[in-house]
Write a protein that binds this ligand. Structure first.
Ligand SMILES: [Mg+2]
Length: 252
């Protein structure tokens, strides 16, 4: 069920909006496809190892690094796998896409005078690829990669450094992210307003609610110009899927 909070969410209590990138502003489908299909296939081609064996091995290696900066680091995985991860990402960059209403949401925040700060665990190399093929960069006031601080958003030291670097009032800040450990970390630090994303990957089922309020669409918290055209989540997913297929054909 889609909850309409647009008339209830009190924007007068918020002057800074911290925004995650992958799975929040952008569709997580690109990252899922890259790590579960494209990278294993290319590694398999290079080393002559069956792709299913590569996937199993990679999942183990990823699990061992989960929650650390290495997990998000293109330099680390390029070294670890002896393959140029950034080059491989560029090969499938046509799959990178904004989530529905992302650009309208960022514009509307700007129109209301809210400070829009991207805080991502993605490496700057990955951020650059995504900025090159989406329209989000001009609609952001600040861009912070946790690699700048040497620790991920899951770590309290990230928030301490963010506070020193870009003074903001946690009591007047909204943070939107699709990761439970990251949202919990922000909660511990004292960010007052937290929202999760129900469907970070347009090709996957919605995530199970983990006790933090979640939204399917940005129009649930802010009236957006095109929200009268809002479709059900299934229709949005189908639309996104069709767009990805068309782009795939154009590039393939
Ligand atoms: Mg994310």
């Amino acid at each position: 069920m889609i909850v309409d909070w647009a008339s209830k969410f009190n924007w007068d209590e918020v002057d800074t909006v911290l925004l995650d990138m992958d799975g929040t502003l952008l569709d997580l489908h690109f990252d899922s496809h890259f790590w579960m299909h494209h990278l294993p296939q290319r590694y398999s081609d290079k080393h002559g190892i069956p792709a299913d064996q590569v996937i199993a091995d990679l999942q183990q290696r990823l699990a061992a690094r989960q929650g650390t900066l290495d997990w998000y680091c293109t330099d680390f995985w390029s070294r670890e796998l002896d393959i140029d991860v950034v080059d491989l990402k560029r090969e499938v960059k046509h799959l990178i896409n904004e989530r529905p209403q992302c650009l309208d949401f960022l514009r509307a925040l700007g129109d209301r005078g809210k400070k829009r700060i991207l805080i991502t665990n993605a490496h700057r190399d990955s951020v650059d690829i995504k900025f090159a093929v989406t329209g989000i960069q001009p609609l952001l006031d600040e861009v912070i990669s946790s690699h700048d601080y040497g620790c991920p958003k899951e770590d309290q030291r990230f928030w301490q450094q963010l506070q020193q670097n870009l003074p903001f009032d946690p009591a007047r800040t909204l943070f939107i992210d699709d990761s439970e450990p990251v949202l919990r970390s922000a909660q511990v630090y004292g960010i007052a307003h937290l929202l999760a994303i129900e469907t970070p990957d347009s090709q996957q089922a919605p995530k199970i609610c983990f006790g933090i309020p979640a939204i399917q669409n940005f129009s649930q918290i802010l009236n957006l110009p095109n929200q009268t055209e809002e479709k059900t989540s299934q229709q949005i997913s189908e639309k996104t899927s069709a767009k990805a297929k068309i782009k795939g054909r154009e590039n393939g």
